[in-house]
Design a binder for this molecule. Structure first.
Ligand SMILES: Nc1ncnc2c1ncn2[C@@H]1O[C@H](COP(=O)(O)OP(=O)(O)OP(=O)(O)O)[C@@H](O)[C@H]1O
Ligand code: NA
Length: 770
């Protein structure tokens, strides 16, 4: 957790929101279809004029008026008005469903970007691990100790000398090194323990308020019987808070009048007025120490050789056990080197003046269990072709040990290639990063970045995205905001995160859990796949409409539908199944496929073929139904024959009859098309799998089809609405009409299912090319 200062880099670039790839995709698709539609309209208009097409209902009107009407109909048929609407609905519903997966989406477009994530950069503490640390080992004066007990319960557990069998009932709680280290550490903590009562069960559990690294210290201090009300017994003069870039915390406490640090603790030299404690990253603290506290209470100079030895035998050894190690160093001050309480002196100056020449008092090591399911999620992400990268403030060896436990690093990984200390990114010192090529080389293979500062995250995410990867990046602190903003998918922590981090992020994990990210990616992929499915579904019906109008004009048949009927089909009967397609649960192997390339268009080559094929099948089927119906009700099919008939029968009633029969034929074609579309909605649930696989797994689809049927019945049966507004007449088509309209869906089912064989083959060829 990087609750750092709100310093320099926390300012956010205030650039306008970028469009997501999907929105760009849909936009350019729409533009292309628009151009195509205008071209087709023009061609059809000219053909119609050339062959002098006439309106069968108003044969006296000039041809060009009728052709304008047809051009409008064509435009309505060609432009897929439903797609942007369905995309918006699908994304909104996706956002809703993500909430149930503990993911709050702040920017709606992130839902689909998620599906293309190719790298997840995750924090360690609290995201991959539980962030509930328990001290299991400590070290002081050359002696090693084990700490027993579990969780934050300070009433059970004690400290025991490691490797020594203690007499029954005895422990090391009263040893000088143990008490001095824990009390000193406690003086440098701002964390409290309390009992929390579960309102439903009444069960009381110990919890902490404050910093997760400090909680185990407070717990252990109570286990050895150090005072609980430390604040009232020791007055703190100065606090230099922990920061993610300093990785240390320092406090100065007033100790005037005391001879010992605490009961059973180290002796304080005479005249000591204040007491400095610095706790934090061991390597840096040990470097700053000049002396060491021995087990008998004496203080000896600390040689470079001994520092080396402590680093390898204690710090590295504990870290290899996946423990987080904090060193505790102390200093007894008679006369402070500067005015500690002055506000004119900066925190950094005070820190510089106080941090050196300290005495190494001891080391505490805490264990942080992995979150449940993290390992499975890491493996799932890997199976899905997504790289998981750990970026942690912790020590390299601890980071490696935990990365191995959760399978971010695997046995065969070479450590020099896959795990680095972030100092490697800036070997020349702070803020002087390597050149882009060198950083890219490093980020292309490294999966564990240790001792990271917030600014490192920004460099890493920039580098990954330079390599064309779509990066999800977690963060919680104010200083993480620039990295979250830069990442295609910034992920803030809901529990531990600051408001600034949430503000910069695309989404917020309400449970801070890594597994939620992977679930969200899976969902994102399903939503994207759903969008592809309804785009294909909607596009093919438009293609069918265009072909059908084109055909009617060219062979000189009365048009099958009015613009209003087409709009009703697209926006009323077709809409619910389209939305249901967008809510498809996602095919089973969705996490076994590689992430889609960033630039990939929403409609792929093989999809175009499938769309056109479906459109063609639909138009052949529906034209067939229409022609047979015309023949059935009117006895003729072509425009010229109808006009001929009208001329031959001067009686008003007979002319009305001809118009009625034409309307009946259109109604049968309309009903049949709605049936076809409902069958196709099920067929379109998969591009390659047969329709009967998982037929009923999308319950929304059943309801959507029901809605479409009801809408269709309303359109053809409600007297005034159907006849006078839509120009349909379901009341008079007779049983022949209803039965015959079922031929359409049956033929569609067979033909579209057969076309999947071709699509399957096309898909395979496509994936070989990619
Ligand atoms: N309260 C604290 N006092 C002193 N030092 C601390 C404290 N908390 C953490 N540290 C030191 O800082 C390091 C962690 O730094 P940082 O907060 O940047 O990482 P983190 O956010 O806890 O870990 P992660 O990035 O994995 O979530 C620890 O390894 C420890 O050495
Ligand atoms: Na972002």
């Amino acid at each position: 957790m990087s609750h750092g200062q709100s310093g320099g880099c926390a300012c956010l670039p205030s650039s306008a929101e970028n469009k997501t790839p999907l929105q760009e995709n849909i936009g350019s698709l729409g533009a292309r279809i628009g151009v195509l539609a205008i071209l087709i309209c023009g061609v059809v208009f000219l053909i119609g004029l050339l062959i002098k097409t006439k309106d069968p209902e108003y044969p006296d009107n000039p041809s060009w008026i009728y052709m304008i009407l047809i051009a409008v109909t064509l435009a309505v048929a060609a432009i897929p008005e439903g797609i942007p609407l369905c995309v918006t609905i699908s994304l909104a519903i996706g956002c809703q469903e993500m909430v149930a997966k503990n993911v709050q989406v702040r920017k709606i477009a992130a839902v689909e970007t998620l599906g293309s994530a190719s790298v997840i950069c995750s924090d360690k503490t609290g995201t991959l691990t539980e962030g509930k640390m328990t001290m299991t080992k400590m070290w002081s004066g050359g002696l090693e100790y084990n700490v027993t007990g579990q969780g934050f319960d300070p009433t059970k557990g004690a400290v025991f000398r490691a490797g020594v069998v203690a007499a029954p009932g005895s422990n090391s709680n009263r040893e000088l090194g143990v008490r001095s280290t824990l009390l000193a550490a406690l003086l440098c903590c701002d964390t409290q323990l309390f009992l929390e009562e579960d309102p439903s069960t009444g069960e009381r559990t110990w919890q902490y308020r404050g910093n997760s690294s400090e909680a185990p210290i407070v717990v252990a201090a109570r286990k050895v019987g150090l005072p609980e009300d430390i604040v009232s017994q020791y007055r703190r003069i100065l606090t230099i808070p922990f920061s993610s870039s300093r990785k240390m915390m320092l406090t100065v406490t007033e100790v005037a009048g005391r001879t010992h640090l605490c009961e059973g603790g180290m002796a304080l030299p005479p005249m000591t007025r204040s007491f400095t404690v610095c706790k934090g990253a061991p390597n840096w603290i040990i470097q700053n120490c000049s002396s060491i506290l021995r087990a008998d209470g004496s203080i000896d100079p600390l040689s470079e050789a001994e520092k080396q030895q402590i680093n390898t035998q204690v710090v590295d050894a504990y870290s290899d056990l996946a423990l987080r190690v904090l060193a505790v160093a102390v200093g007894c001050i008679q006369q402070p080197p500067l005015d500690l309480e002055s506000e004119d002196i900066s925190v950094d100056q005070k820190f510089e003046a106080l941090k050196s020449g300290l005495t190494l008092c001891g080391m505490v090591a805490s264990m942080d269990p992995d979150r449940e399911g993290v390992q499975e999620s890491v493996l799932a992400a890997r199976g899905a072709g997504i790289r998981v990268v750990m970026i942690t403030g912790d020590y390299l060896k601890t980071a490696i040990a935990i990365a191995r436990r959760v399978d971010i690093l695997q046995d065969h990984d070479s450590l020099t290639d896959s795990a680095v200390d972030c100092n490697m990114l800036r070997p020349a010192g702070d803020d002087q990063y390597l050149c882009d090529e060198k950083i890219d080389d490093m980020t292309s293979r490294v999966r564990v970045f240790a001792r990271a500062k917030p600014a490192d995250k920004l460099e890493i995410v920039k580098s990954l995205q330079r390599q064309g990867l779509v990066c999800a990046m977690t963060g919680d602190g104010v200083n993480d905001a620039p990295a979250l903003h830069e990442a295609r998918i910034g992920v803030a922590m809901g529990l531990q995160g600051t408001e600034v981090a949430k503000g910069a992020a695309e989404m917020v994990l309400t449970d801070d859990n890594f597994t939620s990210i992977v679930k969200a990616v899976e969902k994102g992929r399903a939503i994207y796949a759903g969008i592809q499915k309804f785009v294909a579904f909607i596009m093919s019906v438009h293609i069918a409409e265009v072909i059908q109008i084109f055909f009617c004009v060219v062979v000189s048949m009365p048009l099958m539908r009015t613009p209003l009927q087409i709009l009703f089909l697209i926006l009323v009967t077709d809409l619910p199944p389209s939305i249901a397609l967008g809510m498809e649960p996602g095919e089973r192997n969705i996490l076994e496929q590689p992430p889609r390339p960033k630039e990939e268009p929403i409609v792929l080559g093989w999809m175009w073929i499938s769309i056109c094929l479906n459109g063609l099948i639909l138009s052949v089927v529906i034209i067939g139904v229409y022609v047979v119906s015309l023949q059935h009700y009117l006895g003729v099919v072509f425009l010229s024959d109808i006009l001929e008939k009208k001329k031959g029968t001067p009686s008003e009633a007979e002319i009305h009859d001809i118009d009625m029969n034409l309307s009946k034929a259109r109604t049968v074609a309309f009903i049949s098309l709605v049936f076809c579309e409902n069958v196709r909605a099920y067929i379109c649930r998969s591009f390659s799998e047969p329709v009967w696989v998982d037929l009923c797994t999308n319950s929304v689809m059943q309801r959507a089809v029901l809605m479409a049927q009801v809408a269709m019945l309303c359109a053809v049966l409600i007297p005034f609405f159907s006849t006078d507004i839509l120009g349909l007449d379901g009341l008079h088509i007779g049983w022949w009409g209803w039965l015959f309209s079922l031929v359409g869906p049956a033929a569609t089912l067979v033909l579209c299912e057969l076309s999947k064989l071709l699509t399957k083959w096309q898909m395979k060829r496509f994936s070989v090319v990619v």
